[in-house]
Every structure is written in structure tokens, then in C-alpha cells.
Design a protein around this ligand. Structure first.
Ligand code: SR1
Length: 324
């Protein structure tokens, strides 16, 4: 229940919001969607969700249909600039408020943009990588291009590689509806060619899990460390397993971020959002921190790191952070 009465336009019939997603698959996206739904329910928002399952043409057609339905607002979660930008412009021209999460736009006029602090996430975990394996070490990179957060993390990676003379002996990776499984054979092949690699940067937890599995099946877990991004219960199980090569990750609580995106939209519709770009801060989590604090799941991590709740980010008396 709200501690303060909801302001207009949330004080009458439910506010209709279309959430147009590129994909809802995987730990991060499932938790993000649940957080968005919980915050929407709190704010009297009727959230109508479409999931394109990584089919960019379908996401474009989902967005076309959302615009035609004239909702009170649209949230676009991830997407390809080429296919989505023209439709964002169309929605703005039609007077529909639009907020995007993790989407690179060429024209942000009239749009609220949101993301995690991707640069600091990558910096946090790569600082640990360089401290662990040293300058000039042989390293591997597993990611994909064309996804805004991965492209932002790649910029940091390229700089860290150059600044520390890291020897990148392989670059591979893909995003799909089965990202973890699909990356295992890619990293497996790369490791068979380069068994002397010292570290792998795999900056998306589904990809990280695939990389970890490939390291283990090549029996390289004592010589290859893996650095990831994101966190979930399944990830924590992998990181905290005895002898796991996944030694550090930078993360938000994805449910808190999904909720935060809905709050940013709600504040904007109420005329109370002062910014047009909202960044959700992340933390870097090491295997040692988890062991010291006896953290084995997200609930325990939230207790150990209360800042993950984002309960001071885009909030109001009438709109506290609600992600469960
Ligand atoms: C395919 S892009 C995957 C990333 O987007 C989210 O924001 C998560 O952090 C994930 O790593």
C-alpha cells in the first residue's frame, strides 16, 4: 500500500503502459520484468508486456502495435538502434511519452533514457582482473556487439586492454534465447586453441555462465579466472561453488532496476522527474566478499549490500521502491 496518496494521473483508472521487450529470457531479464511488474502494480499502472524473444523484426512490429494502441506511455527494454529508433520517433511525434532502458538512440529528443552504470561496472571488475593476473597477461573476451550495455562495456575493455598491454588471444561470444548454452562450445573451442589464457572477461551473466562451464569442462579452473557482469541466484550458486573460476562480477539487483525504470516513467508522467537520463549504480562483488559475508543467494546479498535496493533512486513519498 502507498504511504501517500497517488497523484494524477495515477489516482483514477489504471494508467496503461506498453512494455516492449527485445527479450525476457535469462536470469537478469526475468528478475527485471518481475521488478517492473511489482512497481507498476504499486503505482496503478496496467503494464502490457510483449517479448520479442530476440527477434528484432518482431520487437519492431510489437512497438508499431503499441503505438497504434495509444497507451498512456511506452517503455522499450533493449533493442537494435536501426529497427527501433524510427519507431521511437514515431511514438514521440504521436505525443506518447517514451522511456527506454539499455537502448542506444541516435535521437533522444523527448525520450527518457535509462541504463545501469555500465562503464563503472566494467571498470570495477576489470580493475580486479588486472590486479589478479597482471599487465601483459594472456586474456580472452566473450561478448557480442549491437547491444547497448555490451557495447558500453566493450569501450572500457578496449581501454583497459590498451592501458595494461593485455594480450587478447581470443574474442568470441553471442547473445541468443539460450545464451549460456550457446556460448559453451564457442569458449570451449577458444580454450582448446589457447589453454594458457589467464583470464576471461565475459560481461553478461548468461555469457559468463557459458564461459565458466567451458573452463570447467577443459579442467582449467585452477589456471583461468573468469570475470562477469550481473548477479542472480543461479549465478551465486556458480560463483560460490568450490574452486569456481568466476571470481568477480559487477552487478545491480535486476529486479530493483526494472522497478526503477517504471518509477522514472511514473515520476515523469506526474511531472516530477528532473532528469532525462537515469543511471542505476552497481557494485563490484568478489568471491571473497561472498565467502566473508556467507552470501549464497540474492536475498542474502541484498541484506549484505542494502544499496542494491535503489531505494534512494527516482523515488517520491508516494512512490517508494517496490520490486517484490
Ligand atoms: C544482451 S544485453 C545483456 C545485458 O543487459 C542488461 O542490462 C544486463 O546487465 C545484461 O548484462
Amino acid at each position: 500500500t502507498a504511504s501517500a496518496a497517488l497523484p494524477s494521473p495515477f489516482d483514477g483508472d489504471p494508467v496503461t503502459v506498453a512494455l516492449v521487450r527485445q527479450s525476457g529470457a535469462g536470469d537478469f531479464f526475468e528478475a527485471w520484468g518481475a521488478g517492473a511488474a511489482a512497481q507498476a502494480e504499486f503505482a496503478n499502472i496496467d503494464l502490457q508486456v510483449t517479448d520479442a524473444r530476440n527477434d528484432n523484426a518482431k520487437q519492431a512490429s510489437d512497438l508499431e502495435q503499441a503505438i497504434a494502441a495509444k497507451p498512456d506511455a511506452i517503455i522499450v527494454d533493449h533493442g537494435q538502434t536501426d529497427t527501433i529508433q524510427p519507431l521511437i520517433t514515431k511514438a514521440v511525434d504521436a505525443g506518447i511519452p517514451v522511456i527506454v532502458y539499455d537502448l542506444a538512440l541516435t535521437d533522444t529528443d523527448g525520450v527518457i533514457t535509462t541504463s545501469q552504470s555500465d562503464a563503472s561496472m566494467a571498470e570495477g571488475v576489470l580493475k580486479q582482473l588486472v590486479a589478479d593476473v597482471g599487465q601483459g597477461a594472456k586474456v580472452g573476451y566473450v561478448s557480442a556487439t549491437g547491444f547497448a550495455p555490451l557495447d558500453r562495456r566493450a569501450e572500457v575493455w578496449n581501454k583497459v586492454v590498451a592501458d595494461n598491454d593485455l594480450d587478447v588471444v581470443f574474442s568470441t561470444g553471442k547473445v541468443s534465447e539460450s545464451t549460456a548454452t550457446d556460448n559453451i562450445p564457442l569458449v570451449d573451442a577458444a580454450l582448446k586453441q589457447n589453454p594458457d589464457v589467464k583470464a576471461i572477461f565475459a560481461p553478461y551473466d548468461e555469457i559468463t555462465k557459458g564461459a565458466v562451464q567451458a573452463v570447467i569442462q577443459n579442467n582449467l579452473q585452477s589456471s583461468v579466472k573468469v570475470y562477469g557482469i550481473d548477479i542472480s541466484n543461479a549465478d551465486l550458486e556458480v560463483i560460490t561453488a568450490e574452486g569456481s573460476p568466476w571470481v568477480a562480477t559487477s552487478a545491480t539487483d535486476p529486479a530493483a532496476v526494472g522497478a526503477g525504470v517504471v518509477r522514472a516513467l511514473a515520476l515523469s508522467l506526474a511531472g516530477q522527474l528532473d532528469e532525462t537520463d537515469v543511471q542505476f549504480p552497481a557494485i563490484t562483488i568478489t568471491q571473497d566478499f561472498l565467502a566473508e559475508n556467507k552470501v549464497t543467494n540474492v536475498k542474502e546479498l541484498r541484506a549484505a549490500e542494502p544499496s542494491l535496493a535503489l531505494d534512494d533512486v527516482v523515488v517520491a513519498d508516494w512512490l517508494p521502491a517496490v520490486s517484490e
